[in-house]
Design a protein around this ligand. Structure first.
Ligand SMILES: Cc1cc2nc3c(=O)[nH]c(=O)nc-3n(C[C@H](O)[C@H](O)[C@H](O)COP(=O)(O)OP(=O)(O)OC[C@H]3O[C@@H](n4cnc5c(N)ncnc54)[C@H](O)[C@@H]3O)c2cc1C
Length: 395
């Protein structure tokens, strides 16, 4: 019987591709009627790109990604700039894989094409899953239309509001963080030439920060602005706001920030919720991957990377065919749990670092940035993340 995957997002499709490449049969059930271009930019660090390359996706990704030369920190009001770290060739050589920025829709399409090349009918659309049963010998997945689907194992990659997580582990642990994120895309052609520099910028200020980088061969500019605000609590990728409301959230910020906001095609607003990870991700023949398992705040840019790592480790564990399926899924649980919990906690700590009151005035800000983002501290903070190799980690 096939392995059943709920959700054709980044985690579900990575798992599907890695499993198909290892000779497993998979079926992916996705609630959306169509797989469209949704979302904005995602950052893929070496720990994610090494998996995508191992899956044979390098050439397709190079067609659509942007590989920045480095990252900078800028101060919210004066625009003073500090180098954060080099990316580009230097980073690819150090970690053995590149750091790149990509539109989520482009990454999604690359994964869809690769899955369909191996199994054209692997992804079933308009298939909302409502729950499942595990009788110890097989699983039965239930769709909203009442149809039962049988499989050997169930992989829940149904994202941050996972129904399968709810069934396995009960209620959600989500808590509002007091932060709201604005997201938007801008055609680079609409911006003054100074914005076409291929670097990622983290603007830091008291009570807010802004992340900027180029996407899609340098044709699109990605804007994410996170502010402390308590009147918007909807956790959604698709809720729209206005440019005026977005601009009002950044009073006194540098003119570059306001130039960007004026040019955002459609701003989206998204309340940031934090969650504790569960003590485990696997029960019997069912397991969780990606945001369903360990939804994270975006401050370490590791949500998509963790989902990609999960997909690879899970496929490797499922290929230990001498073991019973529940034991293979338990191996996956053991290998992934501590790393993903540490990343989720690290992202929450990073939020405090980005929003420190010391950043309000230029003098205090310089000392704070020097202490928090010097080369040694940055290496300690990121090396263990980027060096992880899901293709070889002991299972
Ligand atoms: C529309 C959308 C836009 C996004 N935009 C961004 C962005 O701009 N930047 C960013 O960093 N991250 C974005 N993300 C989140 C990012 O993709 C994830 O945080 C990360 O990649 C982890 O991937 P995942 O596979 O766990 O979850 P996701 O990529 O969120 O995928 C989950 C999938 O499961 C499907 N699903 C959910 N419930 C069911 C159900 N009951 N039955 C069947 N299918 C179901 C969803 O439709 C979705 O396709 C977005 C997610 C979505 C869904």
């Amino acid at each position: 019987m096939p392995i059943l995957i709920v959700g054709a997002g980044i985690g579900g499709l990575t798992a599907a591709l890695a499993l198909l490449q290892r000779g497993h049969d998979v079926e992916v059930y996705e609630q959306a009627e169509q797989l469209g271009e949704l979302g904005a930019g995602v950052q893929i660090s070496a720990n994610g790109s090494r998996v995508l390359f191992a899956l044979g996706l390098e050439a397709a990704l190079r067609e659509v990604w942007c590989e920045p030369a480095g990252k900078e920190i800028r101060l919210w009001n004066t625009g003073e700039t500090w180098k954060l770290f080099d990316l580009g060739a230097e980073s690819a050589a150090r970690y053995g894989a590149p750091y790149f920025m990509i539109h989520r829709g482009d990454l999604h399409q690359v994964l869809i094409d690769a899955v369909r090349a191996l199994k054209p009918d692997a992804i079933r659309l308009g298939a909302r899953c409502t729950g499942f049963e595990d009788d110890g010998r097989s699983v039965t997945l239930h769709l909203a239309n009442g149809e039962p689907i049988n499989g050997d194992a169930l992989i829940a990659a149904d994202g941050v509001h996972s129904v399968i997580r709810k069934q396995l582990f009960g209620g959600d642990t989500a808590q509002f963080t007091g932060c709201v994120a604005w997201r938007g895309l801008i055609p680079v052609a609409k911006l003054p030439p100074r914005f076409a520099r291929n670097v990622g910028v983290n603007w830091v200020g008291p009570g807010g920060h802004v992340i900027n980088y180029l996407l899609r061969r340098g044709e699109l500019f990605n804007f994410v602005g996170i502010v402390e605000r308590s009147d918007w609590r909807v956790e959604s990728w698709t809720d729209k706001g206005t440019r005026e409301e977005c601009a009002a959230d950044f009073p006194g910020w540098h003119e570059d920030i306001h130039e960007l906001i004026r040019n955002i095609e459609q701003p989206y607003k998204w309340a940031l919720l934090s969650r504790d990870t569960f003590g485990r991700y696997t029960i019997g023949r069912a397991t969780l991957v990606g945001d369903a398992a360990h939804a994270t705040l975006p401050m370490l840019a590791q949500g998509a990377n963790m989902a990609i790592e999960d997909g690879m480790v899970l496929a490797r564990c499922m290929s230990l065919t001498e073991l019973p399926i529940a034991v293979r899924l338990e191996r996956y649980n053991v290998v992934r749990h501590d790393r993903t919990r540490k990343l989720v906690q690290g992202a929450a700590e990073m939020a405090k670092r980005f929003h420190n009151p010391a950043l309000a005035e230029a003098a205090g800000a310089k000392a704070y940035v020097d202490a928090q983002w010097n080369e040694t501290t940055v290496k300690q903070r990121y090396d263990w993340i980027f060096e992880y190799d899901a293709t070889t980690v002991a299972i």
